[in-house]
Design a protein around this ligand. Sequence first.
Ligand SMILES: *Cc1c(COP(=O)(O)O)cnc(C)c1O
Length: 388
Amino acid sequence: MSFESFYRDTWVEINLSAITHNIEQMDKRLPPRTGIYAVVKANAYGHGDIQVAKQAIEAGAERLAVSLLDEAIKLRRAGITAPILVMGWIRPEDAPVAADQDIAVPVFQKEWLEQLEQSAFNKPLKLHMKWDTGMGRIGIRSTEELDGILSAIEANPWVELEALFTHFATADEKDLKYYEEQAARFDTLYDHFKKVWSQPVEIHTGNSAASMRFPEDMQHYVRFGISMYGLYPSSVVKDERPIDLKPAFSLNSRLIHVKEVPPRESISYGATYQSESEEWIGTVPMGYADGWIRKLQGFEVLVDGKRHPIVGRICMDQFMIKLDREYSIGTKVTLIGKQDNVEVHTDELADYLDTINYEIPCMISYRVPRMYLKNGHMVEVDNTLIKV
Ligand SMILES: *Cc1c(COP(=O)(O)O)cnc(C)c1O
């Protein structure tokens, strides 16, 4: 545990108990045969990869999944020994590094296997064969490619096929036609695979949406991302509410300046806002360099359990809000989360920005310290701002 200080009045709180709650809910919904990969790519969707990975393992997730080899190596350097899968392509010349650190990687190109330098390996490399059943991103699409890859695997004593996986493009939508088509394409490839490969392999196909909605379709593992953080993958799944989720992420600041301005006074760059009457204006020490982007002008934040609008342009490090009365310096401002019974939810922010909730915690930058709580108590502070 590290308790680094931070010297600015803007911080993220990560409720690690919510991560545990969400994993336990998912676990209860899945058949006993199905385990969980906690997806902690992109610094755990902005929540903090090491902290979330440790909590997820403690909560019952058996394995971890990331996008980049660098992300996997960071987890190993932090002393995490659980199995880790890199889901994105890695360079063939980097494969021995993955093998040395017991990090599984995807395979979907025969040439990639042929480019592996066998003399560079000290340990065997675990491979997960990626099948593109309709995502159109990475993966093999035909039985010919499948055969080519299997023969290249058999020809290399330094690699072993651990698993097969695919990724759904529309598992969070109302219309399930395309999801079913992808599942059918998977079955066609799998029928062929079974005829040509006799050794046991694991299968993992589902993201949060597929795992929550179709738990019986899941095989050995699911890849649980967005909903581990307490967010539903879409409004359709949110309405269905297949499991109960608690958001782990909240964003907070404090008023650092409060003033009363006369009518027709301008606020911030470009003088885009003018006070209509005498108004109380508060300054919040957060801006677009923190990921609080300029498009959020006009959005509302919470002070004293009430919504207050952002007025004028958002600056790099600060923005202004229109207050309903005078407040003292240091009054808490909640940008994402609850005050009393009023909530600004990540989904509301995503709607305002015309994007998906996944993007919101990812965009809150390294400049905002992360404070970790368990059962309501602070257990750690991660301040990358002063880390050298
Ligand atoms: C990010 C990702 C996931 C997790 O998806 P969620 O919708 O966040 O659950 C699963 N599989 C792959 C291949 C991914 O890239």
